[in-house]
Design a protein around this ligand. Structure first.
Ligand code: LLP
Length: 427
């Protein structure tokens, strides 16, 4: 059930009218539903509980890049979540939010020495290493600190995720991971380095996947590698299949989390039973969008309606700097008026005030609206605020989290002076 719905003609999140939030906190504002976040996380957690025969050792490592607000991280951490990070900054966020560094995995192709040091000093669970040079650097940094680094290699299974090319990551031509053919030799290298402990394997083939078939295909390839490594006496203790399950933006019907996990664990069980006398393996996930995507909307106010000869524009106070996805991927987000109105609908492009033709949030939408009305840009919880910028010296939006009838400000709106506070002029 969606926690964003019309009640008596006004759009509400849980028990709170969006218009009230605009009145209190202004616009543009990102609004998250706590109940939705809890439900989405629980879909993973419950499916793990039901299907994981390995004494519930499965770990959901929420992908911090999808939405890194401290309140979101804190909520998920309290539910038991681990975290998938891609920078030192994300690690510090997790810690500031009370997350457990012992449940943090560190992905990304470009980890710096300082980031490695920071992560080692906090004893994170594992480094998801993406290249052989990275193995050598990590070994050196760990050695200097007198530490052992746990490593997993991100293998690139060369599976077509059948999603937008910008968010597909598991194909040969992508920069991510170690090529499937090179994985065995990379593992041999890792196993021989004194300050690394090889613990697992991971992959992530892409984002906004509607079907789990490519993920299960990737799983089969990962399983095959684990068997080949075992034959060389390199034993892996965890298998991380990444994130990637999509959400409904329009009329997509993504696979249900429970169905996907049931199939995934069934394959893993059958394999462990057949080949390892049932010895379990720890299973990990890195979901982002499927947890937070539909838990958030971007609330914006219409500044002007421009009716032209060929097009009508609704100029709103949110822009591409607030929500990059349409400009960057031509992503489609539903636009819902916050108040249902009895005026004839017209077709509008919903655009922001930024000086770029690419500054649009939605195109050719039939909307019954008037100047001054509020619009909700739906399904904006993932890769919305985290990708926001200050282009045109626009402060980033406020963020609030709704919990039933209560509204919590979880990030203040940036003021102009915040934007140039770190700058200085010549003497
Ligand atoms: N793990 C790794 C290593 C990743 O690179 C990503 C996302 C995830 C997990 C989480 O994937 P998810 O469950 O959210 O699909 N900005 C784009 C999406 C980029 C995804 C990048 N990697 C968008 O707005 O659609």
């Amino acid at each position: 059930m969606s926690h964003f719905s019309y009640q008596n003609g006004v759009l509400c999140v849980e028990n709170t009218a969006l218009a009230d939030i605009a009145g209190r906190f202004g616009t543009p504002t990102y609004i998250y539903s706590k109940a939705t976040l809890v439900e989405n996380y629980s879909a993973y957690a419950n499916a793990c509980k039901q299907n994981d025969r390995n004494h519930n050792s499965a770990l959901i490592c929420y992908s911090v890049k999808s939405n890194s607000n401290l309140a979101v991280l804190n909520l998920l951490g309290r539910l038991g979540s681990g975290f998938d990070i891609v920078s030192g900054g994300e690690l510090l966020r997790v810690i500031a939010a009370g997350g457990d560094p012992g449940k943090v995995i560190f992905s990304g192709v470009g980890k710096t020495r300082d980031e490695m040091k920071l992560a080692l000093s906090h004893d994170i669970l594992c480094f998801n290493v993406e290249s052989v040079p990275e193995l050598h650097r990590l070994n050196q940094v760990a050695g200097e600190m007198g530490k052992q680094a746990s490593v997993s290699l991100r293998v690139n299974p060369n599976v077509d995720a059948k999603t937008h090319p910008y968010i597909s990551t598991g194909l040969k031509e992508n920069k991510f991971g170690v090529a499937y053919e090179d994985a065995l030799s990379a593992y041999r290298t890792a196993a021989a380095l004194p300050h690394l402990t090889v613990t697992g394997i991971d992959c992530h083939i892409g984002s906004q996947l509607l079907d789990d078939a490519p993920l299960l295909e990737a799983l089969d390839k990962v399983i095959d590698l684990i068997d080949r490594l075992a034959a060389e006496n390199i034993q892996l203790h965890h298998l991380d299949i990444g994130g990637g399950i999509g959400i409904t933006y329009d009329d997509e019907r993504p696979v249900a989390i429970g169905d996907y996990l049931t199939r995934l664990f069934a394959r893993i069980d059958a394999w462990r039973t057949a080949k390892y006398q049932g010895t379990p393996i720890k299973v990990m996930f890195e979901p982002g969008r499927s947890i937070v995507g539909n838990a958030g909307v971007l609330l914006t106010e219409i500044q002007y309606l421009k009716h032209g000869a060929t097009k009508n524009f609704a100029v709103v106070d949110a822009a591409m700097n607030d929500l990059m996805r349409p400009a960057m991927y031509e992503a489609w987000h539903r636009v819902q008026p916050v108040m249902e109105r009895d005026v004839p609908a017209r077709t509008y492009d919903v655009v922001g005030p930024v000086c770029e033709s690419g500054d649009w949030l939605a195109r050719a939408r039939a909307l019954a609206i008037e100047q001054g009305d509020l619009l909700a840009i739906m399904s904006a919880g993932a890769y919305g605020m985290t990708m926001a910028s200050n282009y045109n010296t626009r402060g980033r939006a406020a963020e609030v989290m709704v919990d039933g009838g209560r509204v919590h400000l979880i990030r203040k709106r940036e003021a102009a002076h915040d934007l140039f506070a770190l700058e200085s002029i010549l003497p």
